[in-house]
Ligand binder design. Structure first.
Ligand SMILES: [Zn+2]
Length: 608
């Protein structure tokens, strides 16, 4: 057995997935909310026997390596190492190749760079300016260590020299890691110069890029610059602080979303640790997926300006399709903040000047709908007809999408009272928006080619075939052989069924106890996926008691036979029609017609 196989066999897919998403037992399988598409009721199945997963909503399926690649973004060699460690197997030399090798080299370079910048900031003489700056901003030693802050010197090629001369990487390697800028005559420069450095880690804790803040505020350069998009760094999927504060977030089942790195660091220094920063104001779908892995409640702590309101509206839309609850920390309307003279300040400043107040604010969140209502009442005049119309225009599209009827009614009443309009009139306006034509929401719900969410309508024959295959695969060993033979005669149309049945026949004839997991692993991967589909079909999992398998089998086989014979009859009839339509018939044609007629008689007898 190869090492890869040994590692696979020592691995429990249910355990690996169960550590990441909540799975419940469902018959012989496990079931949970799909991590690959947004859903509120679970259609994601994991089979222990077959060591495969499948989502009946979006069609995602695969084995442990495919899961780790898709969920964790791991390369094959990374998951192999991880699983070998877990199983206590010592991995013989396994060198990654191609893209995997490039990726691992970039990770190595980025981590060395983090170490180098951190050293400059904390130990080197030249780091004094950086240390003074952080001190003045109230950043503690603990934070510097936890977030591995660093310093890029104001030089053109200090990092390049370190990585190419002391460490023997090439300029091309550095370029792939996003650390250099190519100038004229193909000369490379350090991308980050004279900046305080924040390492950006992905959800697995790997450094994938950097954000650099200018130390000298007078310079004519951008205050913040980030790594460019690389194979490793994708801005839209990164949450600053996520990996460092993962356990704090998970413990509280709640996460506060902030804008910048300093907001986040100051918040943790005020002992509010369930935070991430999105480096901007727009929360993306990828970021929401990551948040959904660790928390049920998302609290937005964004600026209360126009951009913050837009971001909140967008977040409501994105979160609507998930089980997450969205709330907002409303800086604009906090009397305590006003009393403390901190109105209009960002979380960084509030947390630094008044940590106790920041802790209080973090506990005083309002629902996202409440926040939008308050913001609208402030921007438009609820006394004038024009103002009332503007408020309704802004809120109706959002409120019309509240799925819970009681909750929707609650906000509708609130809105009606606030603008002094009869509730039934406001309700009328809401209905207008209930099915918006080209809204982003309805667009998102259109099934994509690769991501079909609508269940495909099956013909009766397809459904019966799938049911028969389901029952057969759940049969105990003595009946299996008999049932395989019966199905082979029926020439099923299901993709792959003939090949699988033939292989099963050999297996069943061997008269050993049948092991579905081993059997499935002997098949090509497309057939494995088919067998999993038949075995774990959620259509049947909940209606068939294990004790009723035989009874069900006896009920459906005659039906399936009938459909099969009818299908055969139709085929023969088509052939006959074709022969009948010939202008002149050869003796061979006549012979053929006779043979077909005989077949029809036989089939009709069988059908009786
Ligand atoms: Zn799915």
């Amino acid at each position: 057995m190869s090492q890869i196989q040994a590692i696979k066999q020592a691995t429990s897919l249910v355990e690996i997935i169960g550590e990441r998403i909540k799975l419940d037992r469902s018959g012989v399988n496990f079931r949970g909310l799909c991590p690959f598409h947004s859903e509120k009721s679970p259609s994601f199945f994991v089979s222990e026997a077959m060591q495969r997963y499948r989502c009946f909503g979006c069609g995602a399926s695969g084995d442990v390596f495919e899961f780790l690649e898709r969920y964790e973004g791991m390369t094959f060699s990374e998951s192999l190492k991880m699983l070998a460690d877990k199983a206590g197997i010592i991995l013989e030399s396994f060198a990654p190749t191609g893209d995997d090798a490039i990726r691992e080299k970039s990770l190595e370079i980025l981590d060395l760079t983090r170490e180098y910048y951190h050293y400059l900031l904390t130990k080197h003489r030249a780091g004094e300016a950086g240390r003074a700056y952080l001190k003045q901003r109230g950043v503690t030693q603990e934070s510097i260590k936890l977030f591995q802050l660093g310093l890029a010197l104001p030089s053109w090629d200090e990092l390049i020299k370190y990585l190419t001369q002391k460490k023997s990487y090439t300029i091309a390697d550095l370029d792939r890691a996003g650390l250099v800028v190519m100038g004229q005559q193909n000369r490379a420069y350090d991308r980050f110069r004279g900046r305080l450095m924040f390492p950006l880690r992905n959800h697995r804790g790997q450094v994938v890029g950097f954000s650099g803040r200018l130390l000298n505020a007078n310079a004519k350069e951008a205050k913040y610059i980030n790594s460019p998009e690389t194979g490793l760094y994708h801005k839209s999927e990164l949450l600053y602080g996520y990996s460092e504060l993962f356990h704090e977030i998970k413990k509280l089942n709640q996460v506060i979303v902030m804008e910048g790195e300093f907001d986040l660091i100051s918040s943790t220094q005020a002992h509010v640790n369930q935070v991430v920063a999105i480096k901007g104001s727009a929360l993306t779908e990828g970021q929401i997926k990551l948040l959904g892995r660790v928390a049920n409640q998302v609290l937005l702590a964004l600026d209360a300006d126009g951009a913050g309101i837009k971001a909140t509206q967008r977040a409501i839309e994105l979160i609507a399709a998930t089980p997450l609850e969205l709330r907002v920390i409303d800086f604009g309307h906090s009397p305590e903040l006003l009393a403390a003279g901190l109105s209009g300040k960002d979380p960084d400043e509030i947390a630094r000047t008044n940590p106790k107040l920041w802790r209080t604010l973090a506990e005083q969140s309002v629902s996202a709908y409440e926040f939008l209502l308050r913001a609208a009442l402030e921007r438009f005049n609820p006394q004038t007809p024009d103002g009332k119309k503007q408020i309704i225009d802004e809120l109706a599209p959002v409120f019309s999408r509240i799925t819970h009827a009681v909750e929707q009614d609650f906000y509708l009443q609130k809105l009606a009272t606030a603008i002094n309009v009869r509730a039934d009139l406001v309700a009328k306006d809401l209905i207008k928006f209930a099915q918006p034509k080209n809204s982003p929401q309805s667009l998102r719900q259109m099934p994509k080619k690769s991501d079909a969410v609508e269940p495909i309508a099956l013909t009766k024959k397809q459904q019966l075939e799938q049911y028969a295959l389901y029952l057969m695969l759940h049969s105990s060993t003595p009946e299996l052989l008999e049932r395989v033979t019966e199905l082979m005669e029926l020439k099923l149309l299901e993709f792959g069924s003939q090949t699988v049945l033939e292989k099963l026949l050999i297996e069943a004839n061997a008269k050993k106890a049948f092991d579905l997991g081993k059997f499935s692993q002997s098949l090509a991967s497309d057939l494995q996926a088919q067998v999993f589909l038949w075995f774990s079909n959620p259509l049947f999992d909940e209606i068939v008691e294990p004790s009723a398998i035989t009874e069900e089998w006896q009920k459906i086989i005659p039906e399936l036979k009938k459909l099969h014979f009818q299908h055969e009859l139709q085929k023969i009839q088509t052939q006959l029609n074709r022969l009948d339509g010939l202008q002149t018939k050869t003796p061979a044609n006549d012979q053929e017609i006779g043979r077909l007629l005989q077949q029809i008689v036989t089939l009709q007898q069988k059908l009786r």
